[in-house]
Write a protein that binds this ligand. Sequence first.
Ligand code: FES
Ligand SMILES: [Fe+2]
Length: 356
Amino acid sequence: MAADLLIRNAWYVAGLSHEFATAQLCGQIIAERPLVLWRTADGKIVAFDERCCHKRMPLSKGRLIEGGLVECAYHGLCYDAAGNCVRVPSHPDGRIPPQLRLRGFPVVEQDGLVWVWPGDPTANGAVRPPRLPEIADPAWETADTGPLPVPANSLLLIENLLDISHFYPLHDGNIGDVENSRIPVRLEEGTRDGNPYVGTVREARGYRQPPFLEDYFGYDLVDRDHTHFLVSPGATRVEMKVWPAGQHGAPGLERGYVIIHAHTPVDRGNHVWRLIVNMPAGQKCKSDPARSAVERFMETFPAVIAEDRWALEQQQRMFAYPDDGYREVFLRPDRALRRAREILTELERAERTPAA
Ligand code: FES
Ligand SMILES: [Fe+2]
């Protein structure tokens, strides 16, 4: 069932690089794994099981003290940046039982994002976090929503992002219109950096932009290329490129955005959504040419996000009831989300049977 999916052996976004200040403890639950993360004095981010080896006190409730040690808030056990306990205040003889060692998890900081692997730390093999170069590239202006908790399985967001046939009626009047659902869809899939990807390509010519998009890009009638790709279980990349109608590919006239959606599962019924928007630096909005289109996006797009969150929450509530004669139907534009569901279900199955 879609609302049950949980993949642990995958890279997930724990935050953007700028969210991790040096020597600040950050507690998070990712794929049912309680984690404590922090940036050490040498700039590296580390992640460990959040539970103190002594009596499960979450270490993010403690503090970082001299020498870069984490001191547990309960009985004061201290751990170094390698996860080793180096001090037990109630053992005046200095003895430290060898079992007092935190379990570490792999972290990669890349392209302005902090990725964590919450599953079996020995199972990441050749799988790397997907490359998303725009976020840290000064040629692009970037903004992000921060972490948005969504009370729904992350697969529901993934399916929402691969399905733009919901732009009408859910987003009617802002980014959506009924014409959007009629644009032919092409499916593409493959594997990159060890991550299976799947997505849709929609090419429209002489297309009338809905109001928000006209404001971000300045053109009303456009030639438009629009793609939505699940690039790993933790991220979906959306790209829109527009030109004035009849001038597809014309140099100097291209406008558009790259939106990265990070979907990080908390557990089977909750995830954290981060939306990171990127537009070429200097792209101005139509209604106020003094302002950047990214600024405008951040003012207006939360209305769209709120509509999607509302829909996901409503869907998730319906998974509480037995299917008992009920079955979802896949329509023609649902091919990408159907493939995404199959691919992710297969990944989940594979990690349950380690021999495979
Ligand atoms: S629970 Fe952490 S020191 Fe006791
Ligand atoms: Fe949506």
